[in-house]
Design a protein around this ligand. Structure first.
Ligand code: ADP
Ligand code: MG
Length: 309
């Protein structure tokens, strides 16, 4: 009797399995996309070919439904499932949607800007969003001018800009906008918040990553040094980090931008001259400033403080 019971169980299980299989086939065959596909290719689709294709057709029906419902659990979100006729079976292909392609392009543009320790709103700045006032027109025009020239002749050296102005006038924002505009045309920019970068350099000595980090910044195709002069700088940062970066960029004629609350004269005499230990080092300051002046043109930005508005 035991054996008979087992046999029956098997048959029942097989039947259940058959039912399910039939149900899946029904689902597939009732699907309107499948029906249309079969109709369009009816002269080529034999029973044998169709039978071989059930698994793929089922995958298609499932994924197509999720796609139409905007369900994010799809195998390939952003890709539209489509049926196509292979040599001996029907297969599914996933075609990138226009939205996905647009997003991929936007992501690629974003990746061209390496913004380290820079606020998010600045990372999304564009010239189009730039609110223009009379006071800022000059700075803005200089920036647009740089971008246009650089796009036309990236190999020809052109001075970057040294944006000077008080807290909140929009210096960092403008740097971000330049970087993003250049990214639209395929160029890579590195934007560093200098006081934070200085701290990271000190920490990097401890974990032996100093050289890699320094090289990356030194060799960036376009470099923007934001907020130089905001924090006091050690002689080591001034001479062995900043000095080395600027020396290299001058030699290699690489575009370099700055932003600072200080103008160039103040940066030299009120910031770079005094070492943290209180020594007066006019020659060291002059050396750095020669490079800054070579690399960038000073632009004064005036205007309201946008941060407290
Ligand atoms: P700064 O670097 O000169 O201290 P920011 O660039 O950080 O000033 O600008 C201060 C604030 O004003 C930021 O929140 C920034 O997003 C906003 N902002 C600056 N310039 C513009 C602009 N032209 N259009 C819109 N928002 C701006
Ligand atoms: Mg700033």
């Amino acid at each position: 009797m035991g054996n008979l019971g087992d046999e029956m169980k098997k048959v029942i299980q097989q039947n259940a399995w058959q039912d399910r299989y039939q149900h899946l086939i029904d689902t597939v065959m009732q699907d309107r996309y499948v029906q249309q596909f079969l109709l369009e290719h009816q002269e080529k689709i034999t029973d044998e070919l169709l039978e071989k294709s059930y698994a793929k057709l089922y995958e298609f029906v499932q994924e197509r439904r999720k796609y139409d419902e905007g369900n994010p659990s799809m195998i390939a979100p952003g890709y539209e499932p489509q049926l196509f006729l292979n040599y001996r079976s029907i297969d599914v292909t996933y075609v990138p949607t226009k939205e996905l392609l647009a997003k991929q392009e936007a992501d690629a543009i974003k990746r061209r800007v390496k913004a380290i320790d820079i606020p998010k709103d600045v990372r999304e700045a564009t010239f189009d969003d730039f609110e223009l006032t009379d006071e800022r027109e000059y700075a803005y025009l200089e920036c647009v001018d740089f971008v246009n020239h650089y796009i036309e002749q990236p190999k020809v050296f052109r001075q970057g800009l040294y944006l000077q102005g008080s807290f909140g006038v929009g210096k960092t924002y403008l740097l971000g906008a330049i970087a993003n505009e250049l990214a639209q045309s395929g160029f890579h920019t590195t934007l560093i918040h200098f006081p934070t970068f200085a701290v990271e350099m000190k920490q990097a000595i401890g974990n032996n990553s100093l050289n890699d980090k320094l090289e990356e910044v030194k060799k960036a195709p376009i470099l923007m040094i934001d907020d130089i002069g905001a924090d006091s700088m050690s002689a080591w940062i001034r001479d062995d980090i900043l000095g080395v970066i600027l020396q290299y960029r001058m030699q290699e004629q690489l575009p370099t931008f700055f932003s600072s609350n200080f103008d160039m004269e103040q940066l030299e005499n009120q910031h770079l001259r005094q070492s943290q230990r209180g020594d007066d080092e006019p020659l060291k300051a002059k050396r750095i400033m020669e490079r800054v002046r070579y690399l960038a043109k000073e632009i004064k930005m005036i205007g309201i403080n946008r941060r407290i508005q």
